[in-house]
Design a protein around this ligand. Structure first.
Ligand SMILES: Nc1ncnc2c1ncn2[C@@H]1O[C@H](COP(=O)(O)OP(=O)(O)OP(=O)(O)O)[C@@H](O)[C@H]1O
Ligand SMILES: [Mg+2]
Length: 431
């Protein structure tokens, strides 16, 4: 039988420990109260256990960053009806958590592919019903549990085409699982850094725009939410490269009234977090904008935000790229070489300028996510490919019987390899 839960309200009560129940299957009110007991020592221990925490033990621990994240009531919609799964149902849905159904692993634990019956929690045969992604929390305690609660709280009530859909959850004894819509193409991280075929320019723009819309939605409500963990592995892609943000475990209600920021302990991922946030713990929506700038740079360059395998001056992407971003003539040197000349000339200019502004050291100088969406939207329609411009120049020059100086000093062989490239299909518009 289908079990439904009007989740936000119930969980909110439950995490505050206000309700008691002995039946863990039928209630989310059974989160062990002991797991919610906090003191500075346990907190620091758990923080250090997570690869996403950046807080040194002696950094201020703000009491406002309480263990039970209570999200703002969204102005978006009524709470989504989340399904409550039993552990047995999810075990069956994932073929007993088979290793070959693992989609990925993060700090939270493994993510498995599974199948459930449409409109219910019952497991379905592989390939039938609805495909889902099941995230199972490693049994390592408080930090994971806290993120699990935050995820259910936020995603239970925030609905937007650019946020991943949370279908339901499982809380049973020590087990904590989350069930999401399955995102066919996995994460942006996979596409940018792990695949042999480079992601075409038009898809990069589409993804950047989708992710920007997701953040703009979070920031734009009457009670804004700061995402805090914007990075390529948290941007998931459907079959048409629509981007959806996942992982709200670190999300936080934003400042209210005249306040410009909230003070919190520092969490997030190295290489993405805004410098003022790392240094002071002051968190604002402009911290997300900085992280967006880092991801935009990764999209532009095909380089990771932190890469220990590169020479010392190039390991930190922002540090390496900043001088190029600041100079209009140099920005083309940043472009992912795997794209060859299959990128929009004006697009690269605009994206570089945007990344430069997002990465401003002064948070107030960074654009808002709404402004970013406005800049990115027209870039989808640009057809001024560097390759076209190169060929136009070459043929002009050939006509004049002059030796081609080549826009990018390309040899004949290079030029041929570009023409034959799978990226050079002549179809660069992604809609
Ligand atoms: N809904 C989903 N559909 C398809 N694949 C998914 C889904 N959710 C997660 N994945 C895959 O599982 C991987 C691990 O996700 P997870 O969010 O647990 O960790 P992460 O984002 O890589 O790292 P971190 O824990 O630091 O956030 C993702 O990179 C993605 O490839
Ligand atoms: Mg993630």
């Amino acid at each position: 039988m289908e079990k439904k839960c009007g989740c936000w309200a119930v969980l909110k009560r439950s995490v505050k420990g206000a309700c008691k129940s002995s039946d863990s299957k039928n209630s989310v009110t059974t989160i062990p109260r002991t797991s919610l007991v906090h003191d500075a020592v346990t907190e620091t221990r758990y923080l250090n256990a997570s690869n996403r925490e950046m807080c040194a033990p002696d950094e201020p621990q703000d009491s406002s960053d309480n263990p039970n994240p209570v999200p703002p009531p969204s102005d978006s919609n009524a709470p989504r009806q989340l399904l409550q799964f039993s552990f047995q149902e999810l075990k069956a849905a994932t073929g007993n958590f088979r290793p070959d159904s693992i989609l990925g692993e993060g700090g939270f634990g493994y993510v498995f592919k599974g199948w459930i019956e449409e409109n219910g929690t019952a497991p379905a045969k592989p390939g039938s019903g609805t495909t889902v992604a099941v995230k199972s929390l490693k049994p390592d305690g408080l930090q994971g549990h806290r993120e699990w609660v935050a995820e259910v709280d936020f995603l239970g009530q925030l609905h937007h085409p650019n946020l991943v859909k949370l279908i339901g959850y499982c809380i049973e004894d020590d087990q904590r699982l989350l069930v999401y819509e399955f995102m066919t193409r996995g994460s942006l991280e996979n596409h940018l850094f792990r695949r042999t075929i480079p992601l075409p320019w038009c898809n990069r723009i589409k993804i950047a725009l989708g992710a920007a819309r997701g953040l703009a939605f979070l920031h734009g409500g009457s009670e804004p939410v700061i995402y805090r963990d914007f990075k390529t592995s948290n941007i998931l892609l459907d079959s048409e490269y629509n981007a959806k943000l996942s992982d709200f475990g670190l999300a936080k209600a934003g400042p209210r009234g005249d306040n410009t920021h909230v003070s919190t302990r520092v969490v997030g991922t190295y290489g993405y977090a805004a410098p003022e946030y790392v240094m002071t713990g002051h968190l604002s929506s402009k911290s997300d904008v900085y992280s967006f700038g880092v991801v935009l740079l990764e999209i532009l360059t095909g380089r990771r935000s932190m890469d220990k395998k590169r020479p010392s001056g190039e390991q930190n992407l922002v540090v390496w790229a900043r001088p190029y971003l600041a100079d209009k003539r140099k920005v083309y040197q940043l472009v992912d070489p795997r794209l060859e000349l299959n990128y929009s000339l004006k697009g690269v200019q605009k994206v570089s300028q945007l990344a430069y502004n997002c990465l401003s050291r002064d948070p107030k100088s960074r654009p808002s996510m709404d402004e970013i969406v406005k800049v990115l939207t027209p870039l989808q329609d640009l057809n001024d490919l560097a390759i076209t411009s190169y060929h136009a120049r070459s043929s002009q020059q050939a006509k004049r019987k002059k030796k081609s100086d080549g826009m990018h000093q390309l040899s004949y062989n290079q030029s041929r390899s570009i023409r034959d490239s799978p990226l050079n299909s002549g179809k660069q518009r992604c809609k």
